[in-house]
Every structure is written in structure tokens, then in C-alpha cells.
Design a protein around this ligand. Sequence first.
Ligand SMILES: [Zn+2]
Length: 288
Amino acid sequence: MKLDQLAGNAALKRQLSAQADGRGLSHAYLISGPAGAGKATLAKLLAAAMVCTGQGEKPCGLCTACRKVRSGIHPDVIHVDIPEGKREILVEQVRQMRSDAWIRPNEGARKVYIIHSAQTMNPSAQNAILKLLEEGPAYAAFLLLSDNPGALLPTIRSRCEGAALVPAEGTSSPEDSLARTAALELLDLLAKRDELALYAWAVPLEKWNRGELSQLFQIAVELLRQALAPTPAAPAQVLAAAALPKKKLLEAVSALEKLRSDAEFNVGAGHLAGAMTARLGGLLDHPS
Ligand SMILES: [Zn+2]
């Protein structure tokens, strides 16, 4: 799935992409996170992925359906929000949504409801939506957005896949924080010496482009160098990696530097990801 419009949140994006490639997207998501974390952006991207008519990775961002979702005018992507002058989503709105859901989609294969400020639904509105989550038509999907998911009934929460967003760091570009998050995860896996987890973690990297991988390798090298002489202020993953033998850390640094220079020479992402797991996995293999 193409989620690069959403800043940060690398792990969540990888998880959703793996899900879209595997068993497919769920019919209900609870997208949570503080204001500015990108809840509406993620909701639009998921909705677009569900109705996109383009080829290849979804949402393509270019087809008519994707463009309509982006401008909020796709007839099968319905936004539900607190009505003007009110303080909550009303039970009538949910009932309206329930009857609408049984009318088949206009243009696409699915109908997607984006429910903003879902936590403002009172208990009767929540019970009404619960019925819809349980018994709604198979083509309908529900994206509940909330900055306070705890205010929703546990029965609703348990019927939705959770997608918890954290605001991306303000100073770095989205790509930067994506690569940095992945590099920290990599250090964590190295520190745990979990070769199998390393292999599983690296699979989605085959979908990255060479520039992104190169950035990941570079940040990982910087972090590993920090692990050789850590300060107390270093990230927890760096401190964990500092417990590895120095020799291993240096070997990992040189393996990643080699990969980074390979990335400059037009080597494919699949090959780079494979080579990385082979070299780093090999390091974890032999205790020293
Ligand atoms: Zn599209």
C-alpha cells in the first residue's frame, strides 16, 4: 500500500501494507491519535485504497476515484461528523448511515464511512453503530477516528482493528523519520540477536526505493557508531545494541556501509534487503 503521504508512523504503515498484501484490509478501523497526528490523512488513504481503480499499488493517487476521495467528493466515501451547532454525533446520523449502508455503492466495489470524532457518539449512537459493525453488508467499511478511543464501548473497540498514530517529529521530513524509525527497530533486533525476527522485519523493505534504503543504512551506521561509545542520552535501542561485542558492532557497520554503497549503484531494493538480512543475520549466527 502507498502510504507515503502520511508522515512518520513507520511501523504502522508497514503493518497496514503487509495486511493489504496479505489477507486484505479490514472492514473496520479505529484510527486514534492526538490532533495533528494524521488521522484524517490515514483515513483518506485507506478509503482511497479500498475504492482505487488504478493499476498496481493502491491507492494509486492518480485515478478518478483516488482524486475524488482526496477532494472529499467520492459518492461511496461518506464523511460523518458532528453537525453544526451540536456537540456530538447524533443517533439519527448513525441510523441514517445504517439505512444508507444497505444501498449498494454507486461507483466502486465498496462503500466507506469515515466517522470523525467518533468518541462523541453517546451510548445509543454507539450501540447503533455496533450493530452495523457486526451485521453490515460485506462491501461496507468503517473508519472511526478518535483522539480519545477510551470513550468508545469496549465492544466497538474489539470489532475494529486499531491504528494508533503518533505525530511525526516536526523537524524531520517524513522520509527521514521513516528511515530513522526503521533503523532503531533494526538495532533493537540486532540487540535481541533474533535472526528470524530480522528476516520477517526485512520483508517489507523490498518495497522501499533505493534512496530510502540508502538512508536507512546510513542512519543505522550512525546509530551503531553511537552504540560503540554510548552516552546516557542515547535512544534505548542504541543502549541495548551497546551490549553486543564491539567486534560485531564494527562488522555490522562495515556490512551496512557496503550496502549503502551498493544502493548508490543501482542494485535493486529486493536484492539489498536480502543482502542485508544475510549479512546481519550471519553476524548474529556465530557467538563470539
Ligand atoms: Zn487510484
